[in-house]
Design a protein around this ligand. Structure first.
Ligand code: TMP
Length: 230
């Protein structure tokens, strides 16, 4: 296993996205990973979608309040795209250009799953929006946190406390089952970029699985690339 110093030598800033259904534990795991990377002196920021920049946070409020639903799935997709455009330009690209690691809670796979597979928005329209908002920017690694729907919804209810359910939390069980299936399909279709993480375990166990995925997909390839230059 690489020591932190060895990792620093061979790994520049990377773009890692976290995906999954409600209550899959993304926020906790992102924070744990950021602490670990920063502890290894790899400068790391945590951000999220929709949101992450001032403009995008305004749109987040709008969409999650249910306003987007009133406008229909296509327009809702445009709102997510507008938020992503601002976030990529204001936060993600500048950080990566400085060699900072970016850990992002949700990114384009969320749009593909929620608006595409579940909202039935035309994939051509979604691809066109992706071209405009992210251009060639793809995550180096996408970790898809997978939990049984009942477990995820229980966790989400507990986390929410007395607050009202947001636009997507309030959807029914069938919606969340389809969501899980759609994520599993994305993971199966793009194994170079995506790793399905079994997140139905305690935080430390899930954290260890995530670290193994990073080691296998990012650190080892960086080390190989570096050693092949020597
Ligand atoms: P969360 O980040 O607190 O999970 O809430 C964000 C919600 O927005 C979540 O239910 C998924 C949804 N969403 C989309 O429908 N499309 C998107 O492109 C993104 C980024 C999120």
């Amino acid at each position: 296993m690489n020591t932190p110093t060895e990792i620093k030598k061979v790994v520049p800033g990377r773009f890692v996205t976290f995906e999954g259904g409600e209550g899959s534990g993304k926020s906790t795991q992102i924070k744990m990973l950021a602490d670990r990377l920063n502890g290894a002196r790899l400068p790391t920021i945590v951000t999220r979608e929709p949101g992450g920049s001032a403009g995008a946070e305004v749109i987040r409020h709008l969409v999650l309040s249910g306003m987007g639903k009133l406008l229909g799935p296509e327009t809702e997709s445009l709102l997510f795209a507008a938020a992503r455009d601002d976030h990529v330009n204001q936060v993600i690209r500048p950080a990566l250009e400085q060699g900072t690691w970016v850990l992002c809670d949700r990114f384009t796979d969320s749009t593909r799953v929620y608006q595409g597979k579940l909202g039935k928005v035309d994939p051509k329209l979604l691809r066109a929006m992706e071209r405009v908002t992210i251009g060639g920017l793809q995550p180096d690694l996408t970790l898809i946190l997978d939990v049984p729907v009942a477990v995820g919804l229980q966790r989400a209810i507990k986390r929410r406390g007395s607050a009202v359910a947001d636009r997507f939390e309030e959807e029914g069980l069938a919606f969340h089952e389809k969501l899980r299936e759609a994520y599993r399909q994305i993971a199966a279709e793009d194994p170079n970029r995506c790793v399905l993480i079994d997140a139905n375990a305690d935080q430390q166990t899930v954290g260890a699985r995530i670290w193994t995925a990073l080691r296998d997909h990012l650190f080892s390839t960086a080390a190989v690339a570096e050693s092949s230059k020597a």
